[in-house]
Design a protein around this ligand. Structure first.
Ligand code: BV8
Length: 239
C-alpha cells in the first residue's frame, strides 16, 4: 500500500517572478512606483478609463508571455516527484504552470484570461492578445481582464484556506504580504506544519515561519533539494 504523500502548499508573490524579469509591485522599480493603484487595478478605474487599464494589462500580458520560468518555479514543480503540491499564487502570470506545476490556484486572476464585466463566471482564454475597450464578452458586456482588482472579492479564498489548513509544509515565497485577504493565509497553517518564508527582505510575518533571506532563484532550489532529501546541489541544476 503506497504511503500517503506529504502535502506541500506554496504561497507565492511577485518576488518569484522578479527573477524572470517581471517587475514586482512595491520594489523601488515596481509597478506601483510608476502608477497609482487606484487608477489601474480597481473596477472604478476600468469604468472610468478602460483604454488606460487595457493598456496596462496588455503590456503586462506581453511581458509575461515573453518571460520564462526561473529556477525557483522549476524547483517547486520538481517537488511533485515526491509530494502532493498545491501552489497558491498572487501572481497573474502563468510561470508556475509553464514550469510544470499541475495544481495552481490563482488568487488574483490570470493575465491570459478575460471575462464578462457582468458575469465573473463567463471567462475566456485570450493568451497574450491585446484587448481594447471595444471588445465584448459573449453576453455583450465589456470584456475585462480576468483579474481580481482592489475592492473585489477573492473567489478562490475558501479553497485556498482549506489547502493551507491541510498542508504538512508551507513555503511562502517572494511576497511583501501587504495585500489581504491573501496575506492572512499564513495564519491558517496547522501548528505542526513546517513553515518557511523565503524573501529578499523581511516582511512583517508570523514569527512561526522560518525566514530564509535571499533571492528566490537561489534559496528555493536549496530548500527543495533538502526537502527532496538530496545533497545540497547547485541551484542551476533546475535551470
Ligand atoms: C477585498 C491583481 C473585499 C492585480 C492584486 C487597509 C488595510 C488592509 C487591507 C485593505 C485596506 N484597504 C483595503 C484593503 C483590502 C485590499 C488590500 O489588501 N489593500 C492593500 C493594498 C492594503 N484588498 C482587496 O481589495 C482585496 N479584496 O478585500 O475585497 C470584499 C469582500 C467581499 C465582497 C467584496 C469585496 C483584493 C486584493 C487583490 C488585488 N489584486 N493583483 C494586478 O496584478 O494587477 S494584488 C497584487 O498585489 C498581487 O496580486 C499581490 O497580491 C499584491 C502584490 O504583492 P506581492 O506579490 O507580495 O508583491 P510585492 O511587490 O508587494 O512584494 C514583492 C516581494 O518580493 C517584496 O517583499 C520583495 O522584497 C520580494 N522580492 C523582490 N524580488 C525578489 C524578492 N524576493 C526574493 N527574490 C527576489 N528576486
Amino acid at each position: 500500500m503506497q504511503s500517503k504523500k506529504e502535502k506541500i502548499v506554496v504561497i507565492s508573490g511577485a518576488g518569484i517572478s522578479a527573477e524572470s524579469g517581471l517587475v514586482t509591485f512595491r520594489d523601488a522599480d515596481g509597478l506601483w512606483q510608476k502608477y497609482a493603484v487606484e487608477e489601474l487595478a480597481t473596477p472604478e478605474a476600468f469604468a472610468a478609463n478602460p483604454e488606460l487599464v487595457h493598456r496596462f494589462y496588455n503590456a503586462r500580458r506581453k511581458q509575461a508571455a515573453a518571460a520564462s520560468p526561473n529556477a525557483a518555479h522549476l524547483a517547486i514543480a520538481s517537488l511533485e516527484q515526491h509530494y502532493q503540491v498545491v501552489v497558491i499564487t498572487q501572481n497573474v502570470d502563468d510561470l508556475h504552470e509553464r514550469a510544470g506545476s499541475t495544481q495552481v490556484i490563482h488568487l488574483h486572476g490570470k493575465l491570459c484570461e478575460a471575462r464578462s464585466s457582468l458575469n465573473p463566471e463567463l471567462v475566456e482564454y485570450i493568451g497574450d492578445v491585446e484587448l481594447t475597450e471595444h471588445d465584448t464578452a459573449a453576453d455583450g458586456s465589456a470584456l475585462r481582464p480576468n483579474i481580481v482588482w482592489f475592492g473585489e472579492e477573492v473567489p478562490a479564498m475558501i479553497t485556498a484556506i482549506e489547502e493551507v489548513e491541510s498542508a504538512d509544509k508551507i513555503l511562502v515565497v517572494g511576497s511583501s504580504l501587504q495585500v489581504y485577504p491573501a496575506a492572512s493565509l499564513l495564519s491558517y497553517a496547522h501548528h505542526k506544519a513546517e513553515k518557511v518564508l523565503i524573501n529578499l527582505e523581511s516582511p512583517d510575518f508570523i514569527s512561526e515561519y522560518r525566514f530564509l533571506q535571499g533571492k528566490t532563484a537561489t534559496e528555493v532550489p536549496k530548500l527543495v533539494a533538502s526537502w527532496l532529501g538530496m545533497a545540497a546541489i547547485n541551484p542551476t541544476k533546475f535551470v
